[in-house]
Design a protein around this ligand. Structure first.
Ligand SMILES: [Zn+2]
Length: 221
């Protein structure tokens, strides 16, 4: 099931990269630019954070986003709000029915708790986020609840959360439009102990597009 038919990214392509399996990625996203994240092989969770470029004390807030839209899932039209209640970005297209806001990021600590001490040395999203954030001078205190693009975390009737087999498939995507200048951070989730990556982490593709030079230079009216 999808919200949108497949379509090409809008505008001029500014960046087109592969994020290898298990890898971190970060990039500046200017207001008016779009970021498309493509699940190349299907069932791959893309853990995701957003920070305001010019003052990263302002960053994505799961609580504000969920409260404002009165729904825990992200879909086309969802507005990603900051901890100051301002729109950071909005979802302008997705071919996946919904995305997770509450499953959080995997860490070595949570892996040992859930899956046993033998998982202690496995790579985790918390490490990827710390690596990318360190480039901007951010540390552990700047880690906040993240989005999990493509991850299937159903909320059962009694409130129980599941992490179950994905609803994504090869080539499906989500596309965001930046509402302010941002730094986007992805951890291409290395988890191999639950079905969020089908027990086999795979690459993502990221495409940033802009309105183009002519449109960008046009006077605003
Ligand atoms: Zn992870």
């Amino acid at each position: 099931m999808s919200d949108n038919a497949h379509s090409s990214p809008r505008g001029e392509t500014l960046l087109d990269e592969i994020v290898p399996a298990r890898a971190p990625w970060e990039h500046v996203l200017r207001r008016g630019e779009s970021l498309r994240i493509i699940d190349l092989e299907g069932n791959q969770s893309a853990d995701f954070l957003l920070y305001a470029l010019h003052d990263d004390a302002e960053r994505y807030s799961a609580q504000d986003t969920i409260a404002a839209q009165r729904n825990v899932y992200l879909r086309t039209g969802s507005v990603l709000l900051s901890n100051e209640g301002r729109p950071l970005a909005r979802i302008i297209a997705t071919t996946v029915a919904r995305h997770d806001t509450i499953g959080g990021a995997c860490s070595c600590e949570s892996n040992t708790l859930r899956y046993g001490h033998h998982t202690k040395s496995q790579h985790a999203c918390a490490d990827n986020f710390l690596y990318s954030n360190a480039r901007y001078g951010r540390g552990k205190r700047d880690m906040v609840s993240n989005i999990n693009w493509f991850m299937n975390v159903p909320v059962e009737q009694d409130g129980t959360l599941g992490i179950v087999d994905g609803i994504s498939a090869p080539g499906l995507y989500v596309e965001l439009l930046a509402e302010m200048d941002l730094v986007a951070v992805i951890s291409n989730c290395p988890q191999i102990n639950n079905p969020c990556n089908a027990f086999n982490p795979t690459p993502l593709r990221v495409i940033i597009t802009g309105p183009g030079r002519i449109a960008a230079c046009s006077p605003r009216s």
